[in-house]
Design a protein around this ligand. Structure first.
Ligand code: FEO
Length: 258
């Protein structure tokens, strides 16, 4: 999936300065106050008309600006660079889901139904991770933006190769989560730090699960009986996350609790 997102600033976390047109228009009014007193009365009246118009537009623009920022796109809640980085992470989680679905398909094709089940459960876990970001970004007044997904590999040499690739991928995800956390700290974005803490903990579990299965596969080596025993064990993994993504996670969680 390449390197972690290049963080680019497009939108300030907090509007430090007003847009230029809002700051310039009142200057027109100030110009009227300073310069029109000694000029020809007719000119003064014309100039005064435009200056008052400029002042009125400035007031309207200022009201719109604050309404938009407070209740619209959430400039106060999520910095643009944080929003962009979270969207990149959402794409990585979606790719993770895509990768594990490809692995599930390969295992099913090879008659390893337990492994296929394990990877399909992992697919749902990754979709859950992506949807958590989707909801968080939108909740924080930002916009979850979907990007193209990289094509995952479709064939694998062995279960050991698949879990080795899975662990490598999860280590990459862990690094990207750590980068996100460092950005949240640099931005003094406490809400995102708390949100990302869940992912930090989750990555410990994900890497641990992969390491455990890799250890078993190393012991099994080329023993078909051992492989079939592990396949039966992995068939027992169940999905514990809500999967009705179209409802949104909060709605799906409420439904599950009902
Ligand atoms: Fe969402 Fe497996 O990291």
């Amino acid at each position: 999936m390449g390197s972690p997102a290049a963080f680019s600033a497009k939108k300030p976390g907090i509007p430090h300065k007003l847009p230029d047109h809002i700051r310039v228009l009142p200057l027109c009014y100030l110009a009227e106050v300073c310069f029109t007193g000694a000029v020809i009365p007719a000119f003064t009246r014309v100039f005064s008309f435009f200056a008052h118009g400029a002042l009125l537009m400035s007031a309207i623009s200022l009201s719109w600006y604050y309404m938009k920022n407070r209740h619209g796109k959430g400039y106060y809640m999520l910095a643009q660079k944080m929003e962009d980085a979270l969207n990149e992470q959402m794409n990585r989680e979606m790719y993770s889901a895509y990768l594990y679905m490809a692995m599930s398909s390969h295992c099913a094709n090879k008659g390893l139904k337990g492994f296929a089940n394990w990877f399909m459960v992992q697919y749902h876990e990754e979709m859950f991770h992506a949807m958590k970001i989707y909801e968080y970004v939108n909740l924080q007044g930002g916009k979850a933006v979907l990007k193209a997904l990289q094509q995952p590999p479709s064939t694998f040499v062995s279960p050991l190769e698949m879990y080795t690739k899975t662990l490598e991928h999860e280590q990459f995800i862990t690094r990207s989560i750590n980068d996100l956390m460092e950005l949240a700290i640099a931005e003094k974005d406490h809400a995102s730090q708390i949100f990302l803490q869940w992912y930090v903990t989750e990555q410990v579990e994900e890497e641990s699960n992969d390491n455990e299965i890799i250890s078993q596969l190393v012991i099994i080596r080329d023993d078909p009986n051992g492989l079939m025993m592990l396949d039966r064990e992995l068939a027992g993994r169940v999905t514990t996350v809500p999967t009705e993504y179209s409802k949104g996670l909060q709605a799906a969680l409420k439904g599950a609790a009902a």
